[in-house]
Every structure is written in structure tokens, then in C-alpha cells.
Design a binder for this molecule. Sequence first.
Ligand SMILES: *Cc1c(COP(=O)(O)O)cnc(C)c1O
Length: 814
Amino acid sequence: MNYTTKQIAEITNSQLIGDETAEVKNIAYDSRTIFSEANSAFLAINTSKNSGEKYIQSAIDKGINIIISEHYHPQYENITWIIVRNSIQFLQQIAKYHLQQFQLKTIGITGSNGKTIVKEWLYQSLFHDYATVKSPKSFNSQLGLPISLLEINKKHQLGIFEVGISKPKEMELLEHIFSPEVGILTHIGSAHSSNFEYVDELIDEKIKLFVNSKTIIFNGDSDLVCKKLADAYSVKNLISFGFNSTNNVSIKNDWKNKSQGVIIQYFEEEFSVPIHQRDEATISNALCVVCVLKEFGIENSIIVEKLNSLKSVEMRLESVNGIRNNLIINDSFNLDLDSLKIAFQNINEYNRPHKTLILTDFVEGKDSDRLYQEVAAITNEQNFKTVFLIGDEITKLEGLFTATTFTFSNTTELIESVNLNQIEDNLILLKGARKFEIDKVKSYLELQKHDTVLEVNLNSILHNINVHKALLKPKTKMMAMVKAYSYGLGGYEIAEFLQHHHIDYLGVAYADEGVDLRKNGITTPIMVMNPEQHSYNIIIDYNLEPEIYSFRVLELFNEKLTQKGIQHRYPIHIKLETGMNRLGFKTEELQELIEKLRSMNVKVISIFSHLSSSDDESERDYTLQQIETFGNSSEILIEGLPDQPIRHILNTSGITNFADHQFDMVRIGIGMVGVSASSEIKKQLKSAVTFKTVISQISPIEIGDSVGYNRKFKANKNTRIATIPVGYADGIPRLIGNNVGFLGIRKELYPIVGNVCMDMMMIDIGDSPAKEGEEVIIFNSNPSLEDFACYCNTISYEVLTSISRRVKRIYIKD
Ligand SMILES: *Cc1c(COP(=O)(O)O)cnc(C)c1O
């Protein structure tokens, strides 16, 4: 986009204060991901949950001087303001106006699954024929669509946009700003996984996108979808695809048989296409792509070529720890200006002071000089210390880059260069076109290759937090329990992510856990539950807040404060004993506690207690009793104290089972990982942890052969044994050997046979098609963490915290 502030105000009927001629080329609404201040405006978005106006200061700090918001904040100087009535409507208005300025073909994709893949594949298939703009990887919020539409410019001939909705009534709004000429409905999932009560309602809502479409291409395997589209849109060009032969476009042969192509029945016509990966989702997405290409008049032979060159869509940004304390962010799927901008936004989320960029030629570039000028301009704003350029074209323009820049004609040259080998303590962003294979750089820089990893999906953690938040009042605060190395998932990585997402408090067990977090840049308040006497010094030095659970601790800690000459009233948290009988002040101690606290140099930040059985339906009365005791005792304390402490008692299952008693804050732990005692909530959570490895060796054995130490397994038929490089030293309890536990390969479960060894175990894989080197799931979805805990005769908490430190943790962000 490119409008003056005056034009923007006029288009959206808003008030302008300040410079009328300033140009706006980019609207940012997340102050953390602002990657370019030149010609950028910050839009403060207000929702029912949050006000973006809180972040105006931080946008201004980043150099932005045009602010769009619902309220005027006169205290800032030299800022141009556009005052809007409603921030979200503003964005939609400007996007709609912008789209109307162009004549381009449009494709809108909705559905429950496959939207992003279909969009990326259509892009891969069509961008050579049409200058194409698309929504970024998976960016489908109410804000994402208008933001993507604003990327359209006059060179574009085709726009492919994903239109995701999460709530009833959203589609109508979106259709009002974007009415695609070709509408696509991919697979529709069950209503359970959404905010819709019935599938009926979900379909009705999604198909509203097609009100003004000429052609609708849809997955016709659901009778209900077919009926609804036929009823609503009989006059439009409807094309159904899917596995049922009743569809206009379907599969003619046995698609699972990989020795032949997939034969597509396209209306009256039949033709064979190459599809390498043979699972239902892939085939279905490919059918959808074929329908669109046919609709665009592309010949069969060309369609075959295009399908042949489709690349898998890497949906996630991968971050791995590199050698020399570098952090490597690998985003080398496709390289265009849009994806480069998004990568720049993403790396801003990592708090690394020094950054390096590795960038290759843009293969698609037509008007390459102008393209590279723009690339250099946005790159120069990112403050990279070092830039490595690879390829014949981009290196010619080395002079445009202001960072220390090195050039190479190919990736191998880069890997061999001394300069790359001197980079340390940097975030290294890899951004390259496929043909340069800069994945090789990642492998080269990666710390150590481990076959066995504990993979933590940070987005799932955030999702799970939000599922719990949805059960609470908007004002209720949340403390994330990151004790015991974040339940075994990692040290500061989880805390850093939670801090980035504005968690209110962090909770750790011991002072040194808190110190580690502080040393890694965590500034969120941290409560320490077991403040040991020898650690009072570092608690105070690192600004940690102790849990005070007895007079002994209170007095010793207060002495330390006096001894260190602390002037301000030091923040503490008071723990009350209400029924766990572990730590805490008892009801009869309250009066004395009040007197002591009043005489000391401390400030009570919060009063809390812990539920012993919130996950246990049969102990409901006991829990309610605990809550009542807590309510009464904490009230007495609050009345007696000068401070206004907040109160909290609910842990994860407390949130799900006793949300009425949320007080001012809750403490989430295991729920972040995706575990819940409530089956209703469990359905909405995502499993955030995958413990996986690969098969080291497969050996056929015969009847009577034995496996492992002490010959505890003897085959009663000929079979195949897979050896897995994980054993009790990795935290797998030995008791799951000998047919007690199971591991997953290709979604099937196989029994652990014989005794578990220190570093290995064996599973009986029978005639599974699995090969050596193939992935083995210790737990994720099948078996799940809960299943695995059940094999081990314990609970999920113990499974996670037992996984030894030698297992590499990796963190994934979508
Ligand atoms: C660990 C812990 C929690 C979190 O418990 P979950 O069941 O994992 O949610 C909450 N409060 C206290 C005091 C804890 O020690």
C-alpha cells in the first residue's frame, strides 16, 4: 500500500492530527514485530481482551511517528495521529478500499484443514504465470486477512488468500471486505474443535465466503456440504472433488499403490498425475489444486509437470541451537519479499543482541535491480552485524548492504569460509531459495545431531494457556509454574516465550532456578516456593520474591533484609495451610502473623494456598472446604495489613473444575503441556511435547530366539526386533519393559520386549514396513503422554520431570 495520512483519514472517515503528507506503506499492529520504521504506521488495536494503546510507547521507541488509535494521547511530541472510531473496523475499511483499487483475479480458501497447504501449492503452481500475492504462511486471523490484502500492488495479477474463521458471524464481515472470484472449501472437520456447536452451523458460516463467487471448488465427500452448497448456490459453477466417485473430480484407481500414478477422473476425462506422498490429506489437497489449475485453463501435461514440482510446505519456523552459542533460525522454504519481511518480524521475537543474515538470490525476481534495492533497504533496517550473500545476482549489489557483508557464489564456499566460522553468540537467520540448499548451512552450524529429542511446541503451550484463560474472567492474572526446569521441558526457553506473551508471574521451586531465568534476561516477577536459608542473598540480589510459609522463614528472611540494608519494603508471598498439610500458616497463627508483618520491612504481594485434590471429583467437598478456609483466612489477613495483596489458589485442574473460585490470579502448570483432568477441556488442548527417536537397527529373529539381558523375551514366532537408542538412563523407567509399554511407529503401537537397557530398548515390530532410521514416538499423540504415564504406573508430571538432561530439547514455533 502507499497512501498519505490525509488519504487514509479520508478513506476511513477518521480525524487527522499532524502531518497530512506523510506516506504510509505499511501498517503494523504488533509493536514487537515492527521491522521497519520508514513509512510505517502503528495501529493500536483494541479488542475486548486487550488494548493495543498500551504498546504505543514501545512503537514510538522503535522510531514510528504515525499512530492510528481510538484515543488521542497528547503527551507524545512530533507524532502524527489518525484517530479512528474502531480500530478493527478501520483496518477492514482500508483493506477493502485498497482491494477495490486493483483488477486482479482472486481465490479465497476456507475450510478446517489443508487451507495453508492448498494456498502454498496454488502459489507454487501459478506464480510463474501470474504475478501473485498471497497471505503469509498461516496467518488467518481477523486481522491477518486485511493486513494481507494491504500487500496488493499494481503489478499483481492474482491474489490467493486464506480466510479462516473461529467464531460464528465472522465470515460475513470478512466477505464484506473480500469476495473471491474463485472460492475453495477444503475439508470440513468436526464442530468439536471449534467455537461452533454443530457442524451444520460451521458449514453455513464458512460458505458465506462464496456469496459473490463465480466458481466454488469444494471437498464433496461430505453429503451435508454438497447439499448445503447445492441449496444455496445452485446457479454458480460448482465443482466437487474427493474420494467418493460421486464427485465431479475423484480418483479412479487404488491410490495407495505407489507403483502407479494416481488416476484422476475429471468430469468425463481421465488422466494420471504423479503424487509421491500417499496419504489422504495430500491426495485431497492435490485434487483441489488440479481443479483450480483446470479452471485456469491449464493443459493436462502442464498440470502433471506442476504437480511433479510441488514442494512440501514447511509450516513452521525452526529454531535450533548452533555451535559457538549461536541460535539458528531456518526459514528457507521460499524466498520472496513477503516471506523475507515476515522472517524479519519473527526474529524480532528473539531477544538476541547480535544478528547475522544468510541470504541467497531471489530466483523469482523479474525486475531484479529494483527488487534487490528493496531487499537491501529493509535488510539495512534490521541492524544485522554481518550479512552473507550467496548467488551471482545478489552479490553484484553487495554495495547496497550497510552491514559487514561477505559474498559467495555458492553455499559450499560459504561453509568453508573463515568468516562464517568466526560468528558467535549470534542469531543466524537462514533465508534462501531452494536451489541453494542452505539447509546444508543449518546442518553444519547445528550444535549436535541427536536422534533422540524432546520437542516442545511453544505455540501449543500458548494455545493451552489460552484455553484455560477462556475459562477465567479477563482480569484474572496468571502465574506460570516453571519449576523443575519447566516440568522437564527446558530452562529459560519456556519462560522467555511466556514473558514475550505477557504472562503475569512465573513460579519456580528454588532460588537458583530463578537466578538462571534472570541471567537469561527474564524480567517478569518470579515467586520462589522453597526459599532456602542459604539462598536469601541471591533471592534479594536477583529480585526474586520468596514464598513465606512459617514464622521461622519470615524472621530469618527479615533479618537478612535488615542485614543487607534493604530500604524498600521487600515483596513476599504468604502461603496459607488449608488442607494439604505441607507448608503454610495455619488459621490460629493469623493474628500473630499480622502483627509481625506490620513490624517488618516487607510488602505482601499475594496470599495463596494450594489445593490437594482439585483433579479428583470424589474429593470435591474437601476442595470446596479448602477454598472456603482460604477465603476466610485471607480476608482476615488483608484486613489486618496495609498492603492490598492479591489472592490465588487454583492450579490447572482447579481452573477447569473450580473456576468460580479464581480470586485474582491462578497458577497454571501441567495444563500448558496439554494435560487435563477434564475430558471436555482435554479435547481442546494440544499436546505440546513430543519425545521421539529413530530406529537404530532392525533384526529378524526366529522362533525361540531371545532378546536382551537375561533372555527375558523369547519369540514364539518369527518376527522382527527394532532397537531404539533410549534407555533408563534417559529417564525411561525399567518397569515398562517386558510387554508393559508400547512405542509408536507410523501411528501403530508396538510392545517393548525384554528388559529395558541403560541406553537402549527393543520393540517387536512384526511385519511393520518400518525401516532403520525411521522415527519412533515414545510419546506424543500415540502413545500419548498420559498413555505413557499409565505404562509407567505414574502421572504425567513424573514422566516429564524424569527425562534426563542428556535428551536434547528443541523448541518449535509455528
Ligand atoms: C506446581 C504447582 C502448581 C501447578 O500445578 P499444576 O497441577 O501443574 O497446574 C500450582 N501451585 C503450586 C503451589 C505448585 O507447586
